[in-house]
Design a protein around this ligand. Structure first.
Ligand SMILES: [Zn+2]
Ligand SMILES: [Zn+2]
Length: 798
């Protein structure tokens, strides 16, 4: 339905009329003709010049302050903000102007709209004559363009102002297309009170977008603007219906709409109710409103249906946990394919002023607890240091003056990477982080757009893996979404950027490492499974990880399958800790409910293994390639040419006396009367742990007492502190450092020396503490057999 005057007229030289004109000009060479054409041309040129001069002196201002609309991906309205001048003046987009709406408005207001240059000269002439002869002022001469001019610059109705209006109308036609002028008209027409524009009226009175209106509704909206007081949308429905039907019949007579359309429209009851505007995703709406205050329509990526479901679940869930004095929660659901946020809950009840309901917890910076652990193990796998079955030590350890504990303050001895991750053990995670180094880890988080971590980069240490840093729910969801996307990170977004900003994708971790982590996090039997989900409830087939921050202030649970990544944070906006608040018990039940609601059957949602995921057999005791004495083996993933290829030496063969009362070395091994026996070759730290906690293991018998060789191989091994390490301490309050050693079985007593000065005698299994001085510190440990070991550490001021 797009007309333009130019298209309607045949081009002159090719048409019969054009030929006639040319022939006429050729045949009429008399002076009169030239004089007239000259005058007309001069007048035309002068008018155009005058217009251009006036145009530059009095430029057109068409900036309209719109009420801002926040929309879902399907275009439906989520939230609306009043314009700066407190008007509901919403912007109708071109694609919302249906042919029916256009026809009704043009037929009623300005039938020649597409044919005049902004002013209808004939109509003005008629109006002037009428005014002169009847003395009454009629406004029928106003075109849509002139009405737009008046709506943009409201003025009193005087002849002078009419001339200004005509000039403005010409300007509008000069700068804008007919469709744009019509759009402006539809956006500015008054509907009484602070309601302006067709879209505002459609939403506020019919609860519909303009492109969803019926012919009856369109007609109602077409007739109100000229008489906004007498035909108000909320005053006289009987009169309004009469008027509507009158116009419908006129449309029928003029064949604007088909008879069936008109019949339906006349039969349609007039249902007008001032409906409240939607109040969906208020936190995201305010966030975008603050960021882009000038945009009339902000298109989010939210899925209206998912958002509604998630909002409902979040609201109900928050009511259930109120009894624990927990009042806030946040949820983000991201589509893993598009990396768009399809549901966003900043807090369960925006109107709950008592508990800071307006705070957007989805982007609040909080301690992530253990939720960064999957990344550290993935990087350990990628660096070839570990595989899922690698045995790690969960024993008391010191890392540069830092001695973390587990959530339950227990230690588990030797555990596989899988168990360490699923049980969220702290010491193995810190150990892996120490191996891959903090800068490597932090750089990955920077690549995954963790903003606070980027800012704090220099301050972060090993504690970052246990939540000693600041992250947002949105950042964590973005990170986990890359595990669902074979290790590729693309920022997740909630806003459809109009400038077509391209998202950059980076490889965060390898496909193999990502899949190994997915497999671990998909395990169904684990300690952080919420009560009841072991049997009675439907646990969704997802990978997930929980987290609980220090002081039980934040409970996290983040899960994903192939389609969605869902992040849940539960806590109090005022950061008040609550004993019941843990990721497993408080956040995970909601996570499961969410998955069961948005993806119950999870058809096609299972995370898939990349092609060529190779497997190998490893020793169950260490996770290393089986050695000669490794009897139990297990299948494990690995990355060829990258994963550790060390052979397991978890058993060693030791010559012992026939009664197994003592052991021999090569120096004292008799020619006969001995036997060879296998003993566990445990790492010193684990032996110390077993001794301290009285864990039974088969010990090598004491060494042959008649052996004459004094050998250093049996000397005490200092387990902590670690030789050559630098320790950063707080100089005002230096921490006590732990001295532990591993000795041969026949050793009863050890003697500790600090900088060659005797410090303490202790049992080999005792935990001894000392306060180090700054600078280089020499630490020695001698056993009762006279064997000695020295190490040195450097202690520095933090
Ligand atoms: Zn082995
Ligand atoms: Zn010996």
């Amino acid at each position: 339905m797009k007309f333009s005057l130019k298209k309607q007229l045949p081009s002159i030289p090719q048409s019969p009329l054009g030929n006639a004109i040319i022939t006429f000009i050729r045949n009429n060479h008399d002076k009169h003709w030239f004089r007239w054409t000259k005058r007309i041309s001069l007048t035309l040129v002068a008018s155009i010049l005058l217009f251009l001069i006036l145009n530059s002196i009095f430029p057109l201002h068409t900036k309209v302050e719109y009420a801002q609309l926040i929309t879902a991906k399907d275009g439906s309205v989520l939230y609306a903000f009043l314009s700066h001048d407190d008007k509901w003046r919403m912007k109708t987009e071109l694609n919302e102007i249906t042919p029916e709406l256009r026809k009704a408005i043009i037929h009623k207001e300005d039938r020649l709209f597409y044919y005049h240059p902004g002013v209808n000269v004939m109509a003005i002439g008629r109006a002037v004559v009428n005014n002169i002869f009847t003395g009454r002022k009629t406004s029928g001469a106003s075109t849509i363009t002139m009405q737009v001019a008046r709506l943009l610059e409201p003025k009193q109705r005087t002849y002078g102002n009419k001339i200004i209006e005509i000039f403005r109308a010409l300007q509008l036609e000069w700068y804008y297309s007919k469709d744009e002028i019509l759009q402006l008209y539809l956006n500015l027409v008054p509907y009484g009170g602070n309601v302006e524009g067709v879209k505002s009226a459609a939403l506020l009175y019919f609860g519909q977008l303009p492109n969803r209106l019926s012919v009856a509704q369109i007609t109602t909206l077409a007739i109100v603007p000229n008489r906004p007081t007498s035909l108000s949308l909320n005053r006289n429905p009987v009169l309004l219906k009469q008027e509507r039907d009158k116009w419908l019949k006129r449309f029928q007579e003029d064949e604007i709409f088909s008879d069936t359309l008109i019949d339906d429209a006349i039969n349609e009851p007039l249902q007008l109710r001032r409906t409240p505007l939607p109040n969906i995703a208020p936190h995201l709406s305010y966030r975008l409103h603050t960021k882009y205050p000038e945009q009339a329509i902000l298109k989010t990526t939210l899925n209206r249906i998912t958002q509604d479901k998630v909002q409902q679940l979040a609201y109900n869930y928050h009511k259930r946990i109120r009894k624990y004095n927990i009042h806030n929660l946040a949820v983000i659901v991201a589509d893993n394919k598009t990396r768009e946020i399809i549901a966003y809950i900043g807090s369960p009840d925006f109107t709950d002023n008592d508990h800071a309901g307006q705070v957007d917890n989805a982007r609040a910076i909080r301690s992530p607890g253990s939720t960064l652990k999957p990344l550290v193990y993935a990087l350990g796998i990628e660096a070839g240091k570990i595989t899922p079955k690698t045995m790690l030590l969960d024993v008391p350890s010191q890392f540069g003056g830092y001695s973390p504990e587990n959530f339950d303050q227990k230690f588990n001895g030797a555990v596989t990477v899988e168990n360490a991750l699923v049980n969220s053990l702290n010491i193995p995670a810190v150990k892996v982080l120490e191996d891959i180094t903090v800068p490597v880890f932090v750089n990955k988080l920077k690549a995954a757009r963790f903003e606070q971590i980027s800012r704090d980069e220099r301050k972060l240490g090993l504690s970052v893996i246990l939540g000693g840093c600041g992250t947002t729910l949105e950042e964590l969801v973005g990170l986990y979404s890359s595990f669902a996307n074979e290790g590729l990170f693309t920022p997740i977004s909630s806003f459809q950027s109009s400038d077509g900003e391209k998202k950059t994708t980076v490889r965060l971790i390898s496909r193999q490492a990502a899949y190994m982590i997915n497999e671990i996090l998909m395990q169904a039997v684990r300690p952080d499974l919420p009560t009841g989900y072991q049997n009675s409830y439907h646990a969704p087939p997802i990978a997930w990880k929980t987290g609980t921050s220090y002081g039980r202030k934040d409970a996290w649970s983040i899960g994903y399958n192939r389609k969605y990544t869902v992040g849940v944070w539960v806590g109090n906006a005022n950061a008040e800790g609550v004993p019941e608040l843990t990721g497993a018990d408080i956040a995970t039940p909601l996570l499961f409910q969410l998955f069961n609601t948005i993806d119950y059957n999870a058809a096609g949602s299972r995370l898939l293994a990349p092609k060529n995921m190779p497997l190998r057999l490893v020793c169950t005791e260490t996770g290393l390639l089986p050695g000669d004495y490794c009897t139990h083996q297990v299948v494990d993933y690995y990355i060829p040419l990258i994963s550790n290829t060390q052979t397991c030496k978890h058993m060693k063969e030791v010559p012992v006396s026939a009664d197994e009362s003592f052991s021999y070395c090569t120096a004292c091994l008799p020619e006969s009367g001995y036997k060879k026996k296998l003993y566990e070759n445990l790492p010193p730290a684990l032996v110390s742990f077993y001794n301290t906690w009285s864990v039974a293991y088969r010990r090598i018998p004491p060494h042959n007492p008649s052996c004459t060789r004094v050998f250093q191989s049996g000397a005490p091994q200092i387990v902590t502190p670690a030789d050559g390490r630098e320790y950063m301490v707080d100089a005002t309050e230096p921490p006590e450092m732990l001295l532990t050693c591993h000795v041969d079985n026949d050793v009863k007593q050890v003697y500790w020396y600090i900088n060659d000065k005797f410090y303490k005698a202790a049992k080999a299994t005792d935990r001894v503490f000392f306060k180090p001085d700054l600078g280089e510190v020499k630490i020695s440990c001698s056993d009762d057999k006279g064997r000695n070991t020295n190490i040195s550490i450097v202690v520095k001021k933090m």
